[in-house]
Write a protein that binds this ligand. Sequence first.
Ligand code: ADE
Length: 267
Amino acid sequence: MSRLCDKGRGGMRFDILTLFPGMFEGPFGDSIIKRAREAGIISIHIHNIRDFATDKHHITDDYPYGGGGGMVMKPEPIFACVEHVLADVLPEEEAPPIILLTPQGRLFTQQVAMELAQRRRLVLICGRYEGVDERVREHLVTDEISIGDYVLSGGEIPAMVVVDAVTRLLPGALGYAMAPLEDSHAMGLLEGPQYTRPAEFRGWRVPDVLLSGNHAEVARWRRQQSLRRTLERRPDLLASATLTQEDREFLASLGYRGPFSDDKREE
Ligand code: ADE
C-alpha cells in the first residue's frame, strides 16, 4: 500500500494519513529519524488516504456546500483510513490520539512535543486543500495541532515537524543522553552560543572561560549566556521560565525587572 511502512518492534508508533506519501521518504530516510527507525525506537507507517476512497476514481475531495472557493477533503476516506489504522488496537490498550494538522490547531511547542512523547502511538492526519469536512473534526479527531501562525499547502510538513521533535525526545534517539534537556526551549530558555575547535579562527577567539577547564565557571557562563540570549531574543519566555535567585540578579544587572513565573497574581 505504501512504500514507507516499518515493522512495529515495541517502539513508539506513528501512523501518518496523507494524500502525498512520497513527500515523507526524504525526511524520514536520513539522519536521526532513519537511525531511530532502524533501532526500533520508532516505527513510521504512511497510509495513502486515496486508497480508502471506494469510488471508481478514488476521489478524496469535493466542492464545498454553500459555494466558495477551493475543495474540501471528503469525510468517508479519512474515517475509513483511521478505522483501518486503529483496527489492531486492543480494548485494553490506551486509545491513541488522532491528531489533525491544521493552522487552526493548538500551537505546537516543546511542551506539546514532551506531552506527545509520553504516548505509545500517534495518528497524524495531514489536511490538504482548503480544509477537511467538519465531521472529521467533530467525530474523529481528538486533537488539532498547528506548527505556527502561517499557512502551508498541507499538513505533511507539520506532521514531519511533529515526528522529528517527538522522536529526538525518546530515550536512545540521540547519541548523547542529556542533549534534549539542554536544547533551546527544553528548560524554557534559549541555548547560549556554542563553539568547537579551532580555538582561534580568522582572528576570532573562543571565549577564554571555555578553554579554562573550570567546570563551575563554564556552567555559570553558559547559564548567563542562555539568560542573556533569551532576554535579547525572546524576553516573553523569561516570564514563565524557572529562575534561581542568582539568575534574577544576573537578569537585573542586564536591566530585566520581571515579570517572573512566581509573581503573585493581582486579585
Ligand atoms: N496545514 C497548513 N498550515 C498548517 C500549519 N501552520 N500547521 C499545521 N498544519 C497546517
